[in-house]
Design a protein around this ligand. Sequence first.
Ligand code: ADP
Length: 242
Amino acid sequence: MDSETIAPFATKRTTPLAATMTARAIDAVKFYTDAGDEPVHALDGVSLEIRAGEMVALVGPSGCGKSTLLNLIGCVDLPTRGTIEVDGRATSSLDDDALTGLRRERIGTVFQFFNLLPAMTIAENVGLPLVLQRVPRGEIDARVRAALESVGIYEKANAYPSQVSGGQMQRAAIARATIHKPAIVLADEPTGNLDSTSGANVLRLLRDVASNGQAILMATHSMDAAAVCDRVIRMQDGKIVA
Ligand code: ADP
């Protein structure tokens, strides 16, 4: 069990959004053809825009296409048709190296089950995006310290993921997802494996990230999580319905 205390709850944005477009889908279609004879229409003509500093919830029943959309914006996969733009660049027009660069530098991801590497300490996990960007060691150490302090777990820097609570693992995952100052943070059910107190604290941290000007797109089944977002996008059968 998690022993976190309740932090003051995050409030929604009250200042006007910056005009900067961070991610955009234009009539994006994704078919999967690997599962059998009939293609699966995971995304069926999705268009949306997400701006800097905006926190957006993506809701809908299992199988409606939320993870597929996160994977396309996260540059893990490319649309079958249509356009996905991240930070002003159309992902389908990029070669593998450029796509990897865009993913490493401009995107951060938070998962339901944290996805921390078990053989690395919390500090090493959080510093990984900077190692991949070949940032000098001294700068990594300073930025990891600041990132861990900002999510309130600096005292766990040298612990391994198995030695901390679920809430603390997700705080570390948020630090890892934001340490390289990405344009957008993609979160897939970030509170789905947490008790309500830890979940509320994770939402507060994500709101803090958005108030620093980064965009957040969060797939969630949680009404509490959707309620703290600036906007809720509803999906059904691969389409946006509201
Ligand atoms: P959600 O995240 O809303 O649960 P998904 O994006 O995971 O939805 O899935 C959308 C649809 O695409 C579902 O019908 C799912 O079974 C299918 N799907 C997802 N990934 C694959 C894949 N790699 N191969 C075949 N079908 C897939």
